[in-house]
Design a protein. Structure first.
Lengths: 251, 434
């Protein structure tokens, strides 16, 4: 599904600031991978580079989604190809209705894939059903995108978008940050409901606690812009018990 | 020694002299002749604006005051449905500033008296006598607006509307064009008797050069809604003045959409004369290329407990220039005034310009007034968020531009009118996407 080879990236405006130093990662369809690591290890940057955010320069390496070169695509093309980034900080956009935003996104992707666009009525039915599963009030759909949403509402709104867009490769960037236990469970349930053999997840997180709810197949530890250790779910528990220091020393 | 002020006045008077010399006052009955003669005398004394005028610092009045109107190519509109077409309205059509009876509806509406200026001007007495040129003359202090005075003197057409009750449908003034060089002058008077309610719509490019005045007298407890769209025909020039006087507990809400135009100056001069009056003046402007648009607003709070809002949003690119001069004047008796003013520009490239002069002048001590002015570009983080969801760059920018304009469009009370304009803006933005 997702294949990252020797990926190097630096800040566009300051090539002295190198963030990714050769990331290698392969996620197969149906798998859930977690990336853990201390602050500043490059986890979020990896998500941004994969989704095509401005401000980063890829200097070496490759990233492909089902064989297609992601780095050669515009952000919207990556999305249409099946990549989804759930933002750590979902952006508030006053003046754009949440519903308008999601319908525009769904139909833009359908159009890019040569599928027929959904009518307003069909979309409404779809979004209501998915929103109900995530306990999203209809009121939230009418408000401007993320505007005035609580932290939990913003994260649920991200998962709602993911459910509507049905991506193949989901990158969740610290989706647990700012959530209380109940909200985290709700978000995790939303993610788990989307797990199937045709879809893969890359879950970026500081803490092991999210992984109690979304059980990963593979856990990677990232430090200083590369993956330094890979293991099973037990690796996350090791981090939780002993901290990153112990693992970093061992490398 | 010649003092600068005297020299400026001499220049302005010369400009007025040059403009007026070839023109004689139109013929008419006693009431209008008195108003015209009065205006002509006032204009000769104050002169026409020149570039050095402080009030015209950001906008060169030359093409608005010149003897000849520069030509403006006619825009092809075959692919665009007329604005407000779905509204149930009473249509009054002008072509190059000339009334078109065949294209207009019967000027009959329950609770409303409608007359053409050209007809009313023939009689010796008319109800409009007390207003025609009177609100315009009142609006000359503390800042002169000579183009409006010129209009009072030389307008031969316009609509005189007097509402005594709640009008069943909006009155829609439609300004069409035929001649590439037409120079049109229209003067409207709108009088709302106590408790009356009326909506006035205006749309169309009007003429190569268009000088327009609307005087609105909104009596106690009356409500006037005004929605205007000045659009298309990129080379056209417009000087529009809106003078409104508001009585106790009355409401006046005016919104203007301007899409392109080589030179547009819209002035709104509002006086809140009675307790608890409400005046909202708002507008959105979209400009691409050789476009100069100036919103100049002056709101005077003369009575206590009134509310005023000015909300202006401009989207500019490829050398377009937007100007905002907005003032709130709170006179000493106007305690508990609530005044709000915001002007913002979204500059879509580095060649666009926004010039703003927000002003507050307050003589009452218990008031709430705020103003803000900003200019900026499309927020890159928002843009990335939309694109990361699969929305193509151009479409994402369109959504963000419409979002930026939404606060101003929200000022329109009737959602179906707001939607008409929103669609119009969206079409325009699509035509002008890079």
């Amino acid at each position: 599904m997702l294949e990252i080879k020797n990926l190097h990236a630096e800040l566009e405006e300051d090539s002295e600031v190198k963030i990714l130093h050769g990331v290698d990662l392969a996620v197969k369809a149906g798998e859930v991978h977690a990336i853990m690591g201390p602050n500043g290890s490059g986890k979020s940057t990896l998500g941004y580079v994969l989704s095509g955010r401005d401000g980063y320069e890829v200097t070496e390496g490759s990233a492909t989604l089902e064989g297609a070169d992601l780095l050669d695509m515009e952000p919207e093309e990556r999305a249409a190809a099946g990549l989804f980034l759930a933002f750590q900080y979902p952006v508030e956009i006053p003046g754009v209705g949440n519903m308008t935003f999601m319908r525009t996104a769904v139909n833009a992707q359908r159009k890019a894939r040569g599928q027929e666009e959904l009518s307003a009525g069909d979309f409404l039915k779809l979004v209501r059903a998915k929103a109900k599963d995530l306990k999203i009030e209809p009121e939230m759909l009418k408000r401007p995108v993320n505007t005035g949403f609580s932290g939990g509402e913003k994260k649920r709104n991200e998962i709602l978008q993911m459910a509507l867009l049905e991506p193949k490769m989901c990158v969740l960037d610290e989706t647990d940050s700012g959530l209380d236990v109940d909200a985290m469970k709700l978000v995790a349930d939303g993610v788990n409901a989307l797990r199937d053999e045709g879809r893969a997840f890359l879950v970026i997180t500081h803490y092991q606690r999210l992984l109690n709810h979304i059980t990963p197949d593979v856990v990677h530890i990232m430090s200083e812009g590369r993956i330094i250790r890979t293991g099973g779910p037990e690796l996350a528990l090791e981090v939780e018990e002993q901290g990153y220091g112990h693992i970093l020393e061992a490398v | 020694m010649v003092f600068p002020r005297q020299k400026l006045l001499a220049q302005k008077r010369d400009a007025a002299e040059a403009r007026l010399a070839p023109l004689s006052l139109p013929q008419g009955g006693k009431w209008i002749t008195a108003a015209r003669e009065n205006a002509r005398a006032r204009l000769s004394a104050m002169g026409l604006p020149v570039k050095r005028d402080e009030y015209w610092k950001y906008t060169d009045p030359a093409t608005l005051t010149a003897a000849e109107a520069p030509e403006a190519a006619l825009f092809q509109t075959a692919d665009e449905a007329p604005l407000f077409d779905a509204q149930d309205r009473l249509k009054i059509v002008f072509v190059d500033g000339v009334f078109d009876a065949a294209a207009s509806d019967d000027l009959a509406l329950e609770g409303v008296e409608i007359a053409l200026l050209s007809e009313a001007a023939q009689s010796d007495l008319h109800w409009a006598r007390d207003l025609y040129g009177a609100l315009e003359a009142d609006g000359q202090k503390p800042v002169e607006r000579p183009l409006a005075t010129f209009n009072t003197a030389h307008a031969t057409e316009g609509v005189l509307i007097r509402a005594t009750g709640k009008a069943a449908r909006p009155i829609s003034l439609v300004y069409r064009r035929r001649d590439a060089g037409a120079d049109a002058v229209l003067h409207h008077v709108v009088k709302l008797e106590p408790g009356a309610e009326l909506t006035v719509l205006e749309d169309g490019p009007a003429a190569a050069r268009f000088n327009q005045v609307m005087e609105a007298d909104v009596a106690d407890g009356a409500t006037l809604h005004h929605v205007r769209a000045q659009g298309r025909d990129h080379e056209r020039r417009t000087a529009a003045h809106l003078f409104a006087r508001l009585g106790e507990g009355s409401v006046f809400k005016s919104f203007t959409l301007t899409a392109n135009g080589a030179m547009v100056r819209n002035e709104a001069v509002i006086r809140l004369n009675g307790k608890g009056g409400v005046a909202h003046i708002a507008g959105t402007t979209v400009g691409d290329g050789a476009f100069h648009h100036d919103d100049t607003v002056f709101i005077t709070h003369a009575a206590p407990g009134c509310e005023s809002r000015q909300v202006f949003k401009k989207v500019l690119r490829h050398g377009a220039v937007g100007v905002f001069q907005g003032k709130i004047l709170v006179e000493q008796p106007a305690q508990l005034t609530d005044g709000y003013q915001i002007s913002q520009a979204l500059l879509l490239d580095e060649n666009a310009q926004f010039l703003a002069k927000p002003e507050l002048e307050i003589y009452a001590d218990d008031v709430k007034c705020s103003h803000g002015s900003t200019s900026g570009e499309i927020d890159p983080t928002s843009l990335f968020y939309l694109r990361a969801r699969g929305i193509p760059d151009a479409e994402a920018k369109l959504l963000l531009v419409l979002a930026f304009l939404a606060e101003a469009l929200d000022e329109i009370e009737d959602p179906s009118l707001a939607e008409d304009l929103r669609e119009r803006i969206e079409n325009w933005l699509r035509r002008h996407a890079d």
